[in-house]
Write a protein that binds this ligand. Structure first.
Ligand code: PLP
Length: 397
């Protein structure tokens, strides 16, 4: 046999399975069938009929199964990003003229996708107030409600029990973006007597923990619903690299430790930031001043929360001051996303993001701190030094 051919047709005599701590990583587009009979007997939707890389490998199933366990569901699908997981749910569940309910404080690219479905297929988007379940009034055309706990940027914790109750009465499918909770602060399928139908999680954040992988998961309990999502998953051609799965899988054993540490550090930050006169409000579900604090207490009895703390700048500060503050931070890096060891910061002008007046917010400029694993004192000092560059004492005179 030619050496060239030999290098392609490796007889693979070395043992391929050893008892390593980490499982082997399967990288596959093509999966070989032993013969035509095997080819005809396999069906892509049966997870153990490995047939083609997009439908799954032992590596993708290992991670998916861990995610299902973490969230307390029975089935999990993986998507190429958190946003892709959201898009999968919207695309699988919404058709022409269907109604979907969302909040103002939801992860905004989800709303952008829904607006596209509105333009193309006449999907009707309705907005509810996450703290007032009665504002959710589904019509018979309603197919889906999106919950997010806590809300993006301003971190209000919603009335999950109230909203879920109404959705169940109207047979509306309930999807929860649980990225903030990470499967640890609350249990999406066991929420003080209530349960969602679909749990979407951006694994890009805490599960990855490294700021180097994009991935999402979709966890369900109901098999029929899982199959409906699985079908759309295959139609969209979503696939995940085995190497990325292995990276996230390797990070999962430290997830609870990292989450608890970031949760504790964020509380320390919160306690200090409350005394800074530059900030009109400090937003965090554990802060009794933040809307939805009692819903957080009800749903997160362990007292855990993600490492996100947002501050509303006092009205005497201009956008340029807020930019100067962010530029002056040294340990907090300016960047999107969160969940890695590195603390991040992002700034927002709320008037550009929200249409309804957010009555509880006492200013328009918000800075969100995403607490990493650095020592809390260093983070607090970093913020104090950056505030110093604003000369706020002079301004407050
Ligand atoms: C980051 C995030 C997403 C999207 O995840 P990507 O992997 O960045 O696409 C979705 N929902 C929430 C709440 C997020 O924070």
């Amino acid at each position: 046999m030619d050496k060239h051919t030999q290098l392609i047709h490796d007889p693979r005599l070395a043992p391929i399975q050893i008892n390593s701590l980490q499982p082997p990583v399967y990288r596959a587009s093509t999966i070989i069938f032993d013969n035509t009979q095997a080819l005809f007997q396999r069906h892509w939707s049966d997870r153990y009929d490995y047939s083609y890389g997009t439908h799954g490998t032992p590596t993708t199933y290992l991670l998916a199964d861990q995610m299902a366990r973490l969230e307390g569901g029975n089935h999990a699908l993986l998507a190429p990003s958190g946003l892709a997981a959201i898009v999968l749910v919207n695309t699988a569940l919404l058709g022409q003229g269907d109604e979907v309910w969302v909040t103002e404080n939801m992860y905004s690219p989800n709303l952008e996708h829904l607006r596209e479905l509105q333009k193309r297929y006449g999907v009707v988007i309705k907005i509810y107030d996450p703290l007032d379940a009665k504002s959710f009034q589904p019509t018979p055309a309603c197919k889906l409600i999106w919950l997010e706990a806590a809300g993006s940027v301003t971190l209000e914790f919603p009335d999950l029990q109230g909203l879920i109750k109404i959705a169940k009465e109207h047979h509306v499918c309930i999807a929860l973006d649980s990225t903030w909770g990470a499967g640890l602060a609350y249990s999406p399928f066991d929420l003080d007597g209530a349960s969602v139908d679909i749990c979407v999680h951006a694994l890009t954040k805490y599960p990855s923990g490294g700021g180097d992988v994009l991935m999402g998961s979709i966890v369900t309990q109901d098999e029929a619903l899982h199959k409906q999502l699985l079908r759309m998953h295959a139609l969209l051609g979503f696939s995940i690299s085995g190497d990325d799965c292995a990276r996230v899988y390797r990070s999962l054993p430290t997830l609870a430790l990292r989450y608890a540490t970031q949760s504790k550090s964020a509380i320390e930050l919160l306690a200090h930031l409350k005394h800074e006169p530059a900030f009109a409000q400090v937003l965090h579900p554990a802060n009794p001043d933040t809307l939805g604090h009692h819903f957080w207490q009800q749903n997160c009895p362990t007292g855990l929360s993600a490492g996100l703390v947002s501050v509303v700048f006092d009205e005497r500060y201009a956008w340029a001051d807020v930019c100067r503050f962010c530029d002056a931070l040294k340990i907090f890096k300016l960047g999107f996303s969160w969940g890695s060891a590195t603390s991040l910061v992002m700034l927002y002008d709320l008037t550009k993001m929200r249409t309804l007046p957010s009555l509880h917010l006492q200013g328009r400029y918000v800075v969100r701190f995403c607490v990493g694993l650095e020592a809390p004192k260093d983070l607090i000092d970093d913020i104090k030094t950056a505030l110093g560059s604003l000369n706020y004492d002079e301004k407050s005179k």
